[in-house]
Design a protein around this ligand. Structure first.
Ligand code: F6R
Length: 269
């Protein structure tokens, strides 16, 4: 796991946007896995800026969102489809047919979830999956106790998640109780995962994810089993990490290597 601690939330968004934009430039028909919530808003704003000002081209990009509330259709202001339209899709040159968000009003959830997995496979698999993290350590809506091999399915939201998301619905009572979510196993099949977190409420979950044991009680910890995970966080979210100096040291060494400053690494050419 690569851990990058930026100086603030703006730095987190810029660094995350660099990973996404580099991929889109290198592979214009790449498949992006996308998240909703507060955390990726700055990333999306930066991608919109690069689309407008630097010609970052999304015309061939395909996207799959992690999750959707059950019971909300795409026009509901709190649906994740609506969120994505508002904060990204309507503001960039993406082909609407290339954007996928689970359907919260699907009639047959089981076959809808199977179909979603098939669509991901048929698109060639996810190249880069953007992830936020819940204060209970969830990724997507894989709440504590979710199988680490789980696939896209229906999931009951945990009380912590209902509490955390009440701010968007006005009250906890109005938050849907069920969601369709990619599984942990689905996420682990992405070629690269980009986990973002800002603020002290995420510090404990980030420490459990990066330095704790792999456990279904913190589903983000399953990312330790993935070969290419980049964690980008701000100092408050890094507050519980015990090996922060080492992560910084790794980043410095990488930069020295890339810029050919061998002697600073005690290497001879
Ligand atoms: C959203 C999602 C969730 C959020 C997580 C953090 O698509 O999958 O796992 O990433 O709940 O949400 P925020 O960013 O609002 O703190």
């Amino acid at each position: 796991m690569r851990v990058i601690v930026e100086s603030d939330a703006i730095g987190v968004s810029r660094t995350a946007a660099r990973f996404v934009a580099d991929l889109v430039r290198r592979k214009p028909d790449c498949v992006l896995g996308l998240a909703t919530g507060s955390t990726p808003l700055g990333l999306y704003a930066e991608l919109i800026r690069q689309n407008r000002e630097e010609g970052l081209d999304f015309s061939r990009v395909v996207t799959f969102n992690l999750d959707e509330y059950v019971g909300l259709d795409g026009a509901h202001p709190q649906s994740y489809r609506c969120f994505m339209q508002q904060h990204l899709f309507d503001q960039i040159n993406i082909d609407p047919r290339h954007t996928h968000v689970p359907d919260g009003r699907a009639l047959d959830f089981e076959s809808h979830c199977e179909q979603y997995e098939k669509l991901i496979r048929d698109s060639g698999g996810i190249d880069l999956q953007v992830l936020g993290i819940g204060s209970d350590g969830h990724i997507a809506f894989n709440e504590p106790g979710s199988s680490l091999g789980s696939r896209t399915r229906l999931k009951t939201l945990a009380p912590e998640t209902i509490r955390d998301n009440a701010r968007f619905f006005g009250s906890a009572d109005a938050v849907p109780r069920l969601a369709i979510t990619m599984g942990v196993g689905t996420i682990l099949e992405s070629r690269r995962c980009l986990l973002l977190a800002t603020g002290s409420p995420k510090a404990q979950a980030i420490s459990a994810t990066v330095e704790g044991p792999v456990t279904a009680q913190v589903t983000a910890s399953a990312l330790q089993l993935h070969r290419d995970v980049v964690v980008v966080i701000d100092p408050p979210a890094a507050g519980w990490l015990t090996r922060r100096d080492y992560y910084q040291h790794v980043e410095t060494s990488q930069k020295l290597l890339q810029s050919g400053q061998w002697s600073a690494l005690n290497l001879e050419r």
